[in-house]
Write a protein of this length. Structure first.
Ligand code: ADP
Ligand code: MG
Length: 350
């Protein structure tokens, strides 16, 4: 039986651009599919087709068992979509906006009020709840929009880069709400540019590039294909790059890369913190002075390099209404592995 979201052979072109170039999807009921890909990969186009906002040139899709092309209005009744359906009314307060959505979905006045209060609290909008939305900053609008999409829990939900532009606290709040929804049986397709986020939320991940699904699997499977964790070293002097590279290759289990202008070397490893200590000792023995060293988990870029042999094209489209500057790759915790260990170890070497 096809899943709650199912698509076969979706094609959509815009002039010369094949935004979708034969996409197949199958998302079992009650699970989360993370659609991971850089800017321009076709994620939004896929979401728009599946949510009936755009007709594909070719292919078929069903959502909650309903044919998207034949019965778009029935599909719309079974789904929630952040960013599109939940249009915020500028002249209503945050609370009124959320209550209106609840009432639109036939909640009682009291239930709508309670749910609105809950969501305002979770997205840190309580203080601004009774101000009109037109006084909100870009980041607050974004959170109100997400909250509006979460007032009711439809059987199938779509979220297109929901955390782009959210600061870490609000990102965490959103992750928590999403996890509750899914625990309650909602099926979710979520697009993201961050492996870390797909890792946290998705049961399955499909990686898209140029309108095609280039890999799918669980987060562990994808990470295994990239060679897992990396050791990253910044050497103090450029003349130490080649010795350091030799050392790293000795410990690595994949290609090492050297970035000359930043004096940074990276190699995939298996072995975690213990191995890091060994690398440091060996570099020290060989007389290599280092400015920084750390372990980091694979990023979307690493996944891309190992799948396609090239980096994902620069994601330079800035996040509109960004309140944190966290739209970049540090976004979903990319720096996690490094910090503490890096700093401490560095001291140990000196
Ligand atoms: N309405 C449109 N008109 C023309 N080109 C479009 C349109 N929508 C998307 N595209 C193009 O299709 C490709 C995929 O876009 P999109 O689905 O928005 O990618 P993503 O959401 O992964 O960043 C891009 O090259 C984009 O420029
Ligand atoms: Mg997009």
């Amino acid at each position: 039986m096809p899943g709650a979201i199912y698509a076969e052979g979706l094609v959509k072109t815009f002039g010369d651009v094949r935004a979708l170039d034969g996409v197949d999807l199958d998302v079992p009921e009650g699970t989360v599919l993370g659609m991971l890909g850089p800017n321009g990969a076709g994620k939004t186009t896929a979401v728009r087709v599946l949510t009936t906002l755009l007709r594909p040139d070719r292919g078929t899709a069903t959502v909650a068992g309903i044919d998207v092309l034949a019965h778009p209005d029935r599909v719309r009744h079974s789904i929630g979509l952040s960013g599109q359906f939940a249009a915020v009314d500028e002249y209503l307060t945050g609370r009124e906006n959320l209550m209106m959505v609840g009432q639109l979905y036939q909640m009682s006045g009291r239930d709508a009020k309670r749910r609105a209060g809950e969501l305002l609290e979770r997205f840190n909008l309580s203080d601004a709840a009774d101000r009109t939305a037109k006084t909100y900053s870009g980041g607050m609008r974004r959170r109100l929009d997400l909250a509006a999409a979460l007032v009711v829990s439809p059987p199938v939900m779509f979220m297109d880069e929901p955390t782009t532009g959210l600061d870490p606290r609000n990102r965490q709040a959103l992750w928590d709400v999403i996890q509750e929804l899914v625990a309650g049986g909602t099926t979710l397709l979520l697009t993201t540019q961050y492996l870390e986020e797909a890792d946290r939320l998705a049961h399955d991940i499909c990686v898209v590039d140029h309108g095609k699904v280039i890999a799918r699997g669980t987060s562990d499977q994808l990470k295994a294909r990239t060679g897992g964790e990396r050791v990253e070293v910044v050497v103090h002097a450029p003349e130490h790059l080649s010795v350091a590279d030799e050392v790293l290759r000795g410990f690595g289990k994949g290609e090492s890369t050297i970035e000359e202008h930043t004096r940074k070397l990276t190699v995939p490893v298996a072995g975690g913190a213990k191995l890091l200590a060994e690398v440091i000792r060996e570099l020290d023995t060989r007389g290599v002075e280092i400015d920084d060293i750390g372990l980091r988990r694979p990023t979307l870029d690493d996944v891309f390099i190992s799948l396609t042999g090239h980096a994902a094209e620069a994601a330079d489209e800035s996040a509109a209404g960004d309140e944190s500057g966290a739209g970049g790759s540090g976004g979903a915790g990319g720096a996690k592995g490094r910090g503490a260990a890096g700093g401490r170890q560095k001291e140990a070497v000196k």
